[in-house]
Design a protein around this ligand. Sequence first.
Ligand code: COA
Length: 185
Amino acid sequence: MLILNFTKFPVLETERLILREHALSDAENIFKMRTNEAVMKYIDRERPKDLTDVKTFITTFNEGFENGDNLAWVIALKENPNQMIGSVGYWRTDYANHRAEIGYMLHPDYWRKGIISEALKRTIDFGFNNMNLHTIKANINVENDASRQILIKHGFVKEAHFKQDYYFRGKFLDSEIYGLLNPKH
Ligand SMILES: CC(C)(COP(=O)(O)OP(=O)(O)OC[C@H]1O[C@@H](n2cnc3c(N)ncnc32)[C@H](O)[C@@H]1OP(=O)(O)O)[C@@H](O)C(=O)NCCC(=O)NCCS
């Protein structure tokens, strides 16, 4: 059985990081990240207009957790747990097939320090061993080489290339799908 309805939000730790629940006090940092064009370059989603949009987004995340639909963590450094520097999480959960999609983003001040790798290692382990996922999926813009390389580094393999399957801002974009199988199943 796939498990997403944890009674308590599963706070995770790694050597340098704490992965915790989203709080309304993260709104400003989320706004900065989701309106930063370097971060959003290959994330084909509308940017939040203001803090109200972000607060709605946080509430939706937290309700999604309570309903067992998704599980999204804020990434913070252990030395400063209140300051959100990124996010990682599972969404688009496909219960019937024990599959969920992983997503991640990090503020550019922290890029190339192995932070998302550290967060992915922990959340992939949690996904397979605590949520009982059978497969993890990732969906990238075909030009997002940083994301492609990090997925490959964590053992994901390319499963599909969909041609013009995603409409965003007046264009039909291609998607690349990556997958990772639970090694214990
Ligand atoms: C993609 C992203 C999450 C990487 O985070 P990060 O913490 O800088 O990545 P890491 O330092 O853990 O890098 C791990 C590996 O990923 C690959 N990688 C990371 N950034 C890369 C880049 N700009 N170009 C090519 N490969 C890259 C490398 O293989 C790297 O290993 P190495 O440093 O030993 O060469 C970050 O660049 C980001 O937030 N980008 C914008 C948001 C985004 O596109 N999210 C993914 C949506 S699908």
